[in-house]
Design a protein around this ligand. Structure first.
Ligand code: 6PG
Length: 240
């Protein structure tokens, strides 16, 4: 991955402003529908707020189809729901057709939710060996997890299933996550990572440091279509 795929910003606001331009570039390069897998977490929330405030009338939302990269096994109105967070900070503020929203049904039994979502992906997305998103947006935890694949369940990354049932290592909360096979099948991938607490893992992963393979985020492919949007705190251990 070239250094120019690693973009560093003074603040999360500058980061999401630049990422919005990147998002719109990718959308404009595509004909027809644009299938995006969203992430939960604090940085995507900042991006949603930015879109709702500054670009709600500048994007042709009829072309955008929102999916999720992972979801907590809760009802959509639960404060833990990634869909619920997206609805509060973005979906309620833009004119996006309801049929363009493809949430993971976290309120169902986890295995049922995972199978239902996998079925949905295979019916609605272009298919290669796996369903193909135009863009997968990822965060990274300070333990190196991404989507909801955590280090203690690193085997889920290579699972042949499209969606897996994962468990948060501290809370035991069950989650539905795209497997690494689907994440790496995407046309384009963007990490949005902010905060000092991510700096060590960002440095290890982007330098392919020995032992970094234990972090699920390290298994996201590194090529020209993968971009890391970092604030200067998350990038503070990088040396160019
Ligand atoms: C989730 C996200 C998760 C998130 C990381 C980073 O469901 O929480 O999918 O992978 O991106 O935990 O979260 P922060 O950006 O809030 O640190």
């Amino acid at each position: 991955m070239k250094e120019n795929n690693i973009l560093i910003f003074d603040s999360s606001e500058k980061l999401v402003e630049s990422f919005s331009r990147h998002f719109m570039d990718l959308l404009n390069k595509k004909e027809g529908g644009f299938n995006v897998a969203l992430s939960g977490g604090s940085t995507p929330k900042i991006w949603f707020e930015y879109l709702a405030k500054n670009l709600k009338d500048d994007i042709d939302w009829k072309r955008v189809h929102f999916y999720w990269g992972d979801e907590r096994c809760v009802i959509p109105t639960d404060h833990e729901s990634n869909y619920g967070m997206t609805k509060k900070y973005l979906l309620d503020h833009i004119k996006i057709p309801v049929q363009n929203l493809h949430r993971i049904h976290g309120e169902l039994k986890p295995d049922v939710a995972a199978d239902k979502y996998a079925q949905n992906l295979s019916e609605k997305l272009p298919m290669g060996s796996y369903p193909i998103f135009d863009l997968v947006i990822l965060g990274m935890g300070d333990d190196g997890h991404t989507a909801s694949i955590f280090p203690h369940q690193i085997d889920l990354w290579k699972d042949k299933k499209y969606c897996v049932v994962a468990t948060h290592p501290d809370t035991g909360q069950q989650r539905i996550s795209l497997s690494g096979s689907v994440i790496n099948a995407a046309q384009s991938i963007s990490f949005l990572v902010t905060g000092t607490n991510k700096a060590e893992k960002v440095m290890e992963i982007l330098n392919n440091a020995e032992g970094s393979e234990k972090y699920p985020a390290s298994h996201v492919r590194k090529n020209d279509d993968v971009f890391w949007f970092l604030d200067k705190l998350a990038a503070s251990r990088l040396k160019f």
